[in-house]
Write a protein that binds this ligand. Structure first.
Ligand SMILES: C[S@@+](CC[C@H](N)C(=O)[O-])C[C@H]1O[C@@H](n2cnc3c(N)ncnc32)[C@H](O)[C@@H]1O
Length: 495
């Protein structure tokens, strides 16, 4: 019997990914760089891959017999029944949605404006983009959780969560998005994802989750009609409401991972507003910021993005809109806009446990890559542990070790005919890199740490070997070791 989940393999076998999507750079999350001339050239090839590219990427109609040759007749019939294909008349077929895989998930999305030649509809469903892929990397993932994907859109985050979760609820205000997402789950053979329509937390009132993941409509723009970009939420009010209310929906020990843009009066005070949203809500939080733009740069970037990918505006229209965007920012007293991620972990601070904390870090996105979830859990454990000490100097009385994902490079130079270590660089190989330069003594300290003995003993032996006073070595090393724990380069045994 032919079933919907036969389609991905059929598309693969016919070379849709290898010979078409990969050739136009459309397999990974982003497809900004699709070159229309290259596409045209590909479509002239008389191959099944070209037929599939025309149908499922370019919104073209093709003769029914041609598509049946690429997909089989029963599969085409099934896709017609499921509404994935429509009869375009004249014995031609056309796809209702684009099909583009990202990270092994066969996602459905509306065709881009360049493909249809029409502006985006107000309920346009986007594919998984750069921000979607970044969030998938940043998300804290455990096993068998109950997950909420708020603003699920095409269902990409829900599908990523389905790989480790017991149950996933995807919500969205756009019912069309939910229809596409539900169809995509069937296409991918995923059964434990449920979709509910509604705004913000309304579809999950009084429920609790172990993980909340959200790539919300975060673009800060004057009111418009595109739901996927937030429509009529003022400033960053969607993100504010999401982050402020998220703790209510988390189980004890539960996590939220949200990517966000937020505004502030001056570039320097980037952390104040999100910190205020979170404080006193029973969660530990890490606000990590990778970019702050002045309003002009921010507006230009988004207008250019819309002009090139959304296709709703030509570049000239984008330029015409700039004053309106700037006036909007002035009216809201927006002096700068930051981009980053906000992590929350629900933790009841009682007894000997330290009070809830909010940590802010500014770092560069170029140093972020690959799955970060395990590292973020370590970061929270380390931060909480440090805050549970009466003095951070007590860190010496724990067994410390370099984390498994640390990598160190050492630079040597000949001095008096002998190689001498000048400087070292340490970083994390996946997730948040936290690159740091280290001098010879800190490097030596790191190399003597082992999980078998207390850091104090390792530091003492090193001091004696270097003919230094251990008491002075302790004083100098504990702030460094605490910093290394904070940066996740060093872990605390048992923490
Ligand atoms: C940037 S897209 C994210 C899609 C997908 N989760 C991803 O990561 O690619 C934002 C989504 O939020 C949805 N959305 C907009 N306003 C909403 C609201 N008030 N409540 C819930 N979802 C909303 C949009 O329809 C859209 O699907």
């Amino acid at each position: 019997m032919t079933v919907l989940s036969d389609l991905p393999k059929r598309l693969e076998d016919a070379g849709y990914v290898r010979d078409f999507l990969s050739q136009v750079g459309a397999v990974t999350a982003a497809h900004e760089s699709v070159d229309p001339t290259a596409l045209e050239a590909l479509t002239r090839q008389p191959t099944p891959a070209s037929t599939l590219g025309k149908v499922f990427f370019m919104a073209r109609r093709v003769p029914q017999a041609e598509l049946e040759a690429a997909l089989t007749q029963p599969l085409c019939q099934l896709l017609l029944q499921e509404g994935l294909l429509v009869d375009a008349g004249g014995r031609q077929l056309q796809a209702s949605y684009a099909i583009v895989p990202a990270r092994g998930f066969w996602g459905l999305r509306d065709f881009d404006a360049w493909a249809t030649g029409r502006p985006l509809a107000t309920d346009h469903v986007l594919g998984a983009g750069i921000a979607s892929a970044l969030l998938a990397d940043l998300t804290v993932r455990r096993k068998e959780e109950r997950v909420l994907d708020l603003g699920t859109g095409q269902g990409f985050q829900a599908a990523m969560a389905a790989r480790h979760a017991a149950h996933v609820v995807g919500t969205d205000i756009n019912p069309r998005a939910l229809r596409l997402a539900a169809l995509a789950m069937r296409l991918n053979g995923i059964e434990h994802v449920e979709f509910r329509a509604g705004s913000m937390f309304a579809p999950v009132a009084n429920e609790k989750f172990d993980l909340l993941v959200s790539n919300p409509p975060f673009v800060i723009a004057p009111p418009h009609d595109l739901t996927v970009m937030g429509g009529r939420w003022v400033g960053d009010s969607f993100v504010e409401q999401l982050v402020t209310r998220a703790p209510e929906f988390l189980n004890e020990g539960g996590w939220a991972t949200v990517i966000a843009n937020w505004h502030h009066p001056n570039a320097a005070d980037w952390a104040a507003r999100p910190t205020a949203w979170i404080s006193g809500r029973g969660v530990d939080a890490w606000i990590v910021k990778w970019q702050t733009d002045d309003p002009g740069t921010y507006a230009e970037n988004w207008l250019r993005e819309r002009a090139t990918t959304g296709g709703t505006y030509a570049m000239a229209d984008a330029r015409r809109q700039l004053p309106e965007w700037l006036e909007y920012y002035r009216s809201l007293n927006i002096g700068a806009i930051s981009m980053g991620a906000i992590y929350l972990r629900k933790r009841t601070a009682n007894g000997t446990a330290p009070g809830n904390w909010v940590r802010n870090d500014s770092l560069e996105l170029q140093h972020v890559g690959g799955p970060a979830g395990a590292q973020v859990q370590r970061l929270f454990a380390g931060e909480t542990h440090l805050r549970s000490l009466r003095s951070e100097a007590e860190i010496l009385d724990f067994r410390l070790a370099l984390s498994d994902t640390s990598a160190m490079e050492q630079h040597f130079r000949p001095v008096a005919g002998q190689l001498q270590m000048q400087q070292a660089h340490i970083r994390q190989t996946q997730g948040f890199g936290f690159p740091m330069a280290l001098g010879p003594v800190p490097t030596a300290i790191l190399t003597v740490l082992t999980p078998q003995r207390l850091a104090r003993d390792a530091v003492r032996d090193l001091a004696l070997e270097m003919k230094a006073d251990p008491a002075i070595a302790y004083e100098k090393s504990w702030p460094f070791l605490a910093e290394m724990v904070r940066m996740t380069h060093v872990t605390i045994a048992g923490a």
